[in-house]
Design a protein around this ligand. Structure first.
Ligand SMILES: C[S@@+](CC[C@H](N)C(=O)[O-])C[C@H]1O[C@@H](n2cnc3c(N)ncnc32)[C@H](O)[C@@H]1O
Length: 358
């Protein structure tokens, strides 16, 4: 059984890497952001195609698949337009939300055997999502929609995600993973101690952003699982002292060892943008810790040796990724489905073999 898959909006390859682990070979990934190319190709046996999806034709997409019995098309369009973290961002003003329509149009044109789409839970209630699902059903797909807790797949985060699976050959059952890494301690408890603004000499990705003197005072006053409300008023940000800011509690937080981390966002390396304070050390998460919480293996290479590492860029690429372990579960589910339909198809073609098997 030969499978070939293409990953649209591939980023640095969290989903591609996971799918490959789950048994789905990827021939190409498409993304408009060239800064993803090194990591994508260094860790995956797939070509990186630097292109805007809106300019991709059905004919050129078809060519990206290798020769195969079954074609799989996956895509995780940018989720910021729908995310609960993009407070007040108007979806009408953000062009990225129409990318799901582009994805749907390409599917209807080339009809791959299997589709997978991953995004934030909030997408499910948007008209564009209903339109996407309708396009798939109209094109003959059996569609299933799953609202998953990533922790159930071994991702030590409270992250929740929407996973759409669709096949031209019947229902795909989403297989659970083995949730062995459950807490922040399980994931990053063994890492070398570093200070804010420092990098490990042994692992240059294990580096943490510097903190201003006031933020150092704030993190020293922060309790694991607590909020800025535990601080003395003299260090509380002025906006939080105002009535409108008092309810805003999910910033300047410290994580707890004994729980999963909050959802790793593109800003996970900053103390002031979420609950990304280290449980014990007075600093925000390092880039390595963010990557581990996203379940990237330690050997995943994000930058060339000698290249400068930018918190902003690598933080965005790591935070944007589909957790590898969720990708692997999606891969195993698609593989098991294709194996089953392939076996049935072969039995049908060979009635003699069919009799023996019965
Ligand atoms: C949520 S991230 C995908 C993460 C990726 N699947 C992974 O697991 O690492 C969305 C990606 O869409 C890309 N993107 C945004 N607009 C695009 C467009 N018009 N064409 C192609 N890629 C685009 C972004 O550069 C970003 O890498």
């Amino acid at each position: 059984m030969k499978i070939s898959a293409v990953d649209l909006f591939c980023g640095v390859g969290g989903l591609t890497y996971g799918l490959q682990r789950g048994g789905i070979p990827i021939s190409a990934g498409v993304d408009v952001d060239r800064s993803c190319q090194y990591a994508y190709e260094a860790n995956n046996d797939a070509e990186f195609v630097p292109q805007d999806i809106t300019t991709l034709t059905a004919a050129s997409l078809r060519k990206l698949f290798g020769p195969a019995d079954y074609r799989v098309l996956v895509g995780c369009a940018p989720c910021q337009p729908f995310s609960s973290y993009s407070h007040g961002l108007s979806q009408k003003r953000d062009d990225r939300w129409s990318l799901l329509d582009t994805f749907g149009k390409l599917i209807a044109e080339i009809k791959p055997d299997v589709i997978s789409m991953e995004n934030v839970i909030e997408l499910a209630s948007q008209p564009i999502c209903r339109r996407f699902l309708k396009t798939l059903r109209k094109a003959g797909y059996d569609v299933s929609v799953h609202r998953v807790r990533c922790a159930d797949f071994g991702v030590p985060q409270t992250r929740r995600r929407l996973v759409v699976l669709a096949s031209l050959h019947g229902e795909i059952k989403l297989q659970r993973g083995r949730a062995t890494t459950k807490t922040v301690r399980d994931a990053i408890g063994g890492l070398e101690r570093i200070k804010a603004g420092e990098a490990s000499k042994r692992d240059r990705l294990h580096r943490s952003a510097d903190l201003s003197p006031i933020n150092l005072k704030r993190i020293r006053a922060s309790k694991p699982g607590g909020t800025w409300r535990d601080w003395d008023d003299s260090i509380v940000a002025r906006c939080h002292l105002k009535k409108a800011g008092r309810s805003f509690r999910s910033v300047y937080g410290r994580m707890k060892w004994s729980e999963p981390s909050p959802t790793i966002t593109t800003q996970f390396f900053k103390f002031g943008t979420g609950r990304f304070g280290h449980p014990k050390q007075n600093r925000a998460l390092s880039l390595r810790e963010g990557a581990i919480l996203q379940t990237f293996p330690r050997r995943y290479r994000f930058a060339r040796r000698g290249d400068a590492l930018s918190f902003q860029n690598l933080g965005r690429l790591i935070g944007n990724a589909v957790p590898v372990k969720l990708g692997a579960a999606i891969g195993r589910s698609i593989f098991a489905h294709l194996k089953k339909i392939d076996k049935t198809a072969r039995l049908r073609k060979s009635p003699k073999m069919g009799k023996q098997c019965r």
